[in-house]
Design a protein. Structure first.
Length: 118
């Protein structure tokens, strides 16, 4: 299984950006997908996740501004980011979780840089 994120860039505060993560290998519809981010000097933190059935979950810091979605036909998970703030600046990583019985297995892709200028 391989994950590849894309779509990062430099945007002004208040603007929008969408990042994508394509998964190759395996069975995408079986996976729970998530987005995490890591700002310089900080720990990686949870941003959003989407279950196999499409149910979304968000960190409080992005609730109401970010939307996670998935397209199983394209093996892709998206993160639509609106009303971006300078504090959203980070490297954004996608993560895949698959269960073997009750045991979770996580796979990470390389990140994509999002920079929000104030």
């Amino acid at each position: 299984v391989q994950l590849q994120a894309s779509g990062g860039g430099l945007v002004q505060a208040g603007h929008s950006l969408r990042v994508s993560c394509v998964v190759s290998g395996g069975s995408f519809s079986r996976y729970c997908m998530g987005w995490f981010r890591q700002a310089p000097g900080k720990d990686r933190e949870f941003v959003a996740a989407i279950s196999r059935s499409g149910g979304p979950y968000y960190a409080d810091s992005v609730k109401g501004r970010f939307t996670i979605s998935r397209d199983n036909a394209k093996n892709t998970v998206y993160l639509q980011m609106n009303s971006l703030k300078a504090e959203d600046t980070a490297v954004y990583f996608c993560k895949l979780r698959v269960y073997s019985g009750l045991a979770p297995h996580d796979y990470w892709g390389p990140g994509t840089q999002v920079t929000v200028s104030s």
